[in-house]
Write a new protein. Structure first.
Length: 214
């Protein structure tokens, strides 16, 4: 394996995200720019989901340096929330992409990040139990899972998917709350990629930063 990190972001673009559309675009773009500025090599995948298109691959698996920012034209909130389908297909897709690499070329670290503001209500292909099993298997292989949510119900549901408490961050659905959530994930990602953190997790400061972000 290489010292490369792979980052997959599964991004909710359902209708309820319309209120923070520009904030999500800005938050994601800041996260992307910060990760691209690091010297450590990485690959990247970006997927958006909603019930009209449960799995839109915006950035296929490839070099992080080649990933492009989001715009209002590429991020258009609509429809409902097939969260399980997006996660399940993302896991299968990433496993296939990594499987096509030589063992010597595979990343030593894999981070699978899910960003949503709502709870599951539209999946047709994957159940919670199936996604839980898939996540459990990948965690046993060393993958890290991160869950950012603006919805308390979805935040709690993430525990039922096997995402550890420390790797979940509940953010306020405001410009400040959204920005701080992306910033927290970016900071932890930088430390994880650089070896300063052994695993992806959020701390008390990340959570307290949301206290005045309403």
């Amino acid at each position: 394996m290489t010292d490369r990190t792979h980052i997959t972001v599964i991004l909710d673009r359902t209708g309820s995200m319309a209120d923070i559309r520009d904030d999500v675009v800005g938050g994601f773009n800041s996260f992307l720019a910060a990760q691209q500025a690091l010297d450590a090599p990485a690959t990247f995948t970006l997927v958006q989901f909603d019930s009209q298109d449960p799995y839109e691959v915006v950035q296929p698996f490839g070099p992080l340096a080649q990933a492009r920012p989001l715009t209002r034209a590429t991020y258009v909130p609509r429809a409902s929330t097939p969260l399980y389908d997006a996660i399940g297909r993302g896991l299968i897709d990433l496993e296939a992409s990594l499987g096509r690499l030589l063992v010597s070329e595979r990343p030593a670290k894999v981070v699978f990040a899910i960003v949503t503001d709502g709870h599951e209500n539209a999946s047709r292909e994957f159940s919670r139990e199936r996604v839980l099993s898939m996540i459990s298997t990948k965690k046993s292989e060393g993958w890290s899972f991160v869950f950012l949510s603006a919805d308390p119900t979805s935040f709690d549901d993430a525990a039922g998917l096997g995402v550890h408490d420390d790797a979940r961050l509940l953010f306020h659905k405001t410009r400040k709350g959204n920005a701080r959530a992306w910033s927290a994930m970016s900071s932890k990602m930088e430390q994880f990629r650089g070896g300063a953190l052994e695993n992806m997790h959020f701390d008390d400061k990340d959570r307290s930063d949301q206290d005045d972000a309403r």
